[in-house]
Ligand binder design. Structure first.
Ligand code: NAD
Length: 354
């Protein structure tokens, strides 16, 4: 298969970790006889420096003309004093909007090799956990009507949560399709005891569920979900939820793994063109060739699975990562008895195991 991949290196550790993932993709292309072509799409602080714009139009065009996009991370102290729309992070919102990415997929998996990093109690961690959070990304309260006005008690601010049935149904379908490829179990998280938007959410999820009789659906209130995630994360397989609830719960779930350097993510639309990126930022406190590239390498594996339907290739990368993690660590996860690796060393070990 021939695929064109846009690369957004970004800032800080971005270039190091994207280069690592590209090397892994090149190894996959060699082993499985695919052809991957890579094109640069500058975004973030480096794009501000070079083009005066965190997301030059040229970069959007490169992404739109590609089969998929791999992103490192953007941002850094140098650009921290710029105003909102001129900051590197504005590029993130811009590219998500340009690609109409409405589904954010974040796996939160406990890697048994680094289970001691989890802040959870040992008896909880022992059960392991491996869930995928499907978060609606372009609707809800972050995009609803908002403002500041004079109320009865003086100045007041308001934000509104609004979801159409169509928005809920399309995110539900993404979640059900993912659940079908996993353990066929969905937890839909809402606040239907209080919010009208959550009652429609619940209704629409169950309407879509009728097309997926092989998948079990449970509803859970968001406050209970926060508690259950901490008490027994092993009960979850696929979670589907709104933009704001997903924002909060996906950070909670990733913190439970104790290893943000290992966690990938994908943002999808109605086409196969997705945006894949690690969940962490540009780590400006780190030097060169020390960052953990695994979250980005696993993001590339998600690209193989979700955008290119290359299930075997994705599993090959994931297995190599699992194997290498047994004895080798970058500094963020290093512990006594393990080999300390640089970014390029751990990447080469992963490549060797593919
Ligand atoms: P961060 O995720 O960059 O760093 C948090 C901590 O985790 C740091 O100690 C860092 O060294 C460590 N860390 C992160 N990734 C690592 C990796 N791969 N290997 C080893 N250690 C790693 O979060 P932050 O410090 O809050 O933000 C730094 C910059 O990144 C800010 O400018 C922020 O706006 C930006 N940011 C960008 C994105 C993105 O591009 N999607 C996401 C979050 C933050």
């Amino acid at each position: 298969m021939n695929k064109k991949i846009a690369l957004i290196y970004g800032d800080g550790i971005g270039p190091d970790i994207v280069k690592a993932a590209v090397k892994v993709l090149e190894r996959i292309a060699e082993k499985y006889r695919h052809k991957f072509t890579f094109c640069d799409a500058p975004m973030g602080g480096n794009a501000i420096d070079e083009y005066g714009d965190p997301l030059p139009k040229k970069s959007v065009d490169v992404c739109l003309a590609s089969d998929s996009v791999l992103l490192g991370a953007v941002g850094g102290k140098k650009w921290d004093n710029l105003s909102g729309s001129k900051r590197p992070e504005a590029g993130l919102l811009g590219i998500r909007k340009a690609l109409k990415l409405y589904a954010n997929i974040r796996p939160a998996k406990l890697f048994p090799q680094v289970a001691d990093r989890s802040p959870l109690r040992k008896d909880i961690v022992e059960n392991g956990f491996d869930m995928v959070i499907v978060r609606e990304l372009t609707g809800g309260i972050y995009f609803g009507e908002r403002g500041i006005r004079q109320g009865k008690l003086g100045r007041e601010a308001y934000d509104t949560e609004c979801y159409s049935e169509i928005e809920i149904e399309r995110i539900a379908r993404v979640a059900f399709e993912i659940a079908r490829k996993r353990n066929k179990k969905i937890t839909s998280i809402d606040k239907a005891n209080v919010l009208e938007s959550s009652r429609l959410w619940r209704y629409a999820i169950h309407e879509v569920a009728q097309d997926y009789p092989d998948v079990t659906v449970n509803d859970m209130f968001v406050d209970n979900a926060a508690m259950q995630l901490v008490k027994d994360p092993s009960q979850f397989d696929v979670i589907v939820t709104s933009n704001m609830f997903g924002d909060i719960l996906s950070d909670l779930a990733s913190a439970l793994t104790g290893s943000i350097g290992l966690l990938p993510s994908a943002s999808l639309n109605d086409t196969t063109l997705g945006l894949y990126e690690p969940i962490h930022g540009s780590a400006p406190d780190l030097g060169e060739n020390v960052a953990n590239p695994i979250a980005t390498i696993l993001s590339a594996a998600m690209m193989l699975r979700y955008s290119f339907d290359m299930t075997e290739e994705a599993a090959d990368v994931e297995k190599a990562v699992d194997k290498v993690l047994c004895d080798n660590r970058t500094q963020d996860l290093w512990s006594e008895g393990k080999r300390l690796c640089s970014t390029s060393e751990i990447t080469d070990l992963i490549i060797k195991n593919i």
